[in-house]
Ligand binder design. Structure first.
Ligand code: AMP
Ligand code: FES
Ligand code: ZN
Ligand code: ZN
Length: 329
């Protein structure tokens, strides 16, 4: 039986990138240290801020909400019902149960009730990839709700694996603009609210362990619409490198944060966007509705398209295995 590096008691987790094992108490201390380091290095939050945590029902955002509360931050939750069949139903149930169990405030936005469409239908009628329609909608709603409800900052559960995979994709394409902007903090300005990613120093596996240790129930399945996308392929590639050489993934991403991002950010253009004539959100042009309003415009007024219908063949197989074909042929 392996022993905790800090206290010598039996360990519950091995962390190859730290070349050590930890008991649950010292593992949780390590998570809090990494959280606080991200928060202070990037001036993400203060204990006076009203924080809105975007909670999906997955391990990362639930762990983030739990950790922020434990660390003494004032944090409420925001859950968006995206209408992705049973996956969304289950995510909603789990998120509500967590909030209720701790007496927390959870703001809910059901995208079909409030905007007249759901993600599978938006993807089906516009031909956009589901993840791009989903990302665009979430970003818009995060900003809209945080500003309307007077929150100082919106926090998401993007972890080190997520950010390393995005960085890998941006690097493979040498997409300098994205490389410039891939920061763990987006400061408020130009009509946007402040957004932070406090889990960038913690991995997916560590967040799963956090939930297990704390007894937090979370949705284990990946979003069925994301199956087979490039982001997951990049994650997989990085995990293989990391298995062969532990710490590679973390040093790739953390090295970018420390050495590359500051250099790139110095040369960033400060673009002042116009406001969407329809909703007032920042937009590329004052004459044209913003990308979200255009999505709403084309995606509303259609019968709901079932999730399964907008998946490619490979994703459908995985979807059927996980969720059955109850959602339509
Ligand atoms: P994803 O875009 O699924 O990789 O999720 C990244 C982060 O966005 C999560 O860690 C959450 O903070 C947030 N998020 C994703 N889905 C939702 C949702 N349905 N409602 C609220 N926040 C979400
Ligand atoms: Fe956005 Fe799956 S959660 S496409
Ligand atoms: Zn210990
Ligand atoms: Zn708009």
């Amino acid at each position: 039986m392996s022993k905790c590096r800090s206290c010598g008691e039996p360990a519950v987790i091995d962390l190859p990138r730290h070349n050590a094992n930890f008991c649950s108490e010292h593992f949780m201390q390590l998570c809090h240290r990494q959280l606080e380091k991200a928060i202070s290095d990037f001036d993400m939050l203060s204990r006076e801020d009203r924080v809105l945590v975007a909670v999906s029902g997955g391990k990362d955002s639930l762990a983030l909400w739990d950790m922020l509360l434990e660390a003494g931050y004032h944090a409420d939750g925001l859950y968006i019902g995206l209408g992705i069949g049973e996956y969304s139903d289950e995510s909603g149930v789990i998120t509500r149960a967590f909030a209720a169990s701790q007496g927390l405030k959870l703001i809910e936005v059901d995208i079909r009730n409030e905007h007249g469409f759901d993600i599978p239908t938006a993807a089906g009628v516009t031909g956009r990839s589901p993840c791009s329609a989903c990302g665009l909608s979430k970003r818009h709603i995060f900003d809209e709700v945080a500003q309307r409800e007077g929150y100082d900052v919106l926090a998401t559960g993007h972890n080190l694996d997520d950010e390393a995979a995005v960085l890998f994709g941006n690097t493979l394409r040498w997409d300098i603009e994205y490389l410039r902007r891939q920061a763990p903090v987006l400061t408020a300005g130009n009509g946007f609210g402040k957004k932070v990613k406090p889990l960038v120093r913690l991995t997916e596996r560590e967040m799963a362990a956090w939930c297990v240790i704390r007894g937090i129930d979370y949705v284990v399945e990946e979003c069925p619409m994301a199956v087979g996308n490039k982001h997951l392929a990049y994650k997989d590639a990085l995990n293989r490198l990391d298995a062969a050489s532990p710490g590679t993934k973390a040093s790739f991403y953390l090295g970018y944060l420390e050495r590359m991002q500051p250099v790139l950010a110095e040369h960033a253009d400060v673009d002042a966007p116009s406001s969407c004539p329809n909703c007032g959100a920042p937009s590329a042009s004052a004459d044209q509705p913003c990308a979200f309003c255009r999505l709403v415009d084309s995606a509303t007024g259609h019968d709901a398209i079932p999730v399964r219908m907008v998946l490619n063949k490979k994703a459908r197989k995985i979807f059927d295995a996980q969720w059955g074909s109850q959602d339509g042929k």
